[in-house]
Unconditional design. Structure first.
Length: 112
């Protein structure tokens, strides 16, 4: 919205886009326009404060997400090292226990 002076008198107009063209729509005139302009400025300040608070909250959330991701990444690395140290290996994305070589006992010829 904007104040326009015509014939020395102030009028409040709102700019609206219709069919691809910008059109001025009359809102009011006289002494009432200054109260509306003040209200509009107040609303803009309020909206800007809300946007700023939302942006800060979003930034904090993104920072927390990054920290969680880094913790998760380091925890997975530690778990992988522990699993490998305990005799496990990954096969197609699954952890499997490594086979241990079994000693075959040859049958004793004296037992037969």
């Amino acid at each position: 919205m904007g104040v326009e002076y015509r014939n020395g008198k102030p009028y409040l107009y709102k700019k609206v886009r219709k069919n691809g063209k910008v059109i001025s729509e009359y809102v009011c005139g006289g002494a009432l326009i200054w109260a509306l302009v003040d209200l509009q400025e107040y609303d803009q300040l309020k909206n800007n404060e809300i946007k700023e608070a939302t942006r800060k909250e979003k930034d904090l959330q993104l920072q927390a997400d990054r920290e969680i991701y880094m913790l998760e990444k380091s925890l997975k690395e530690i778990m992988n090292q522990v699993a490998v140290a305990n005799g496990y290996h990954k096969l197609n994305g699954q952890w499997r226990r490594k086979r241990q070589k079994q000693r075959r006992v040859k049958p004793d010829s004296t037992n037969y």
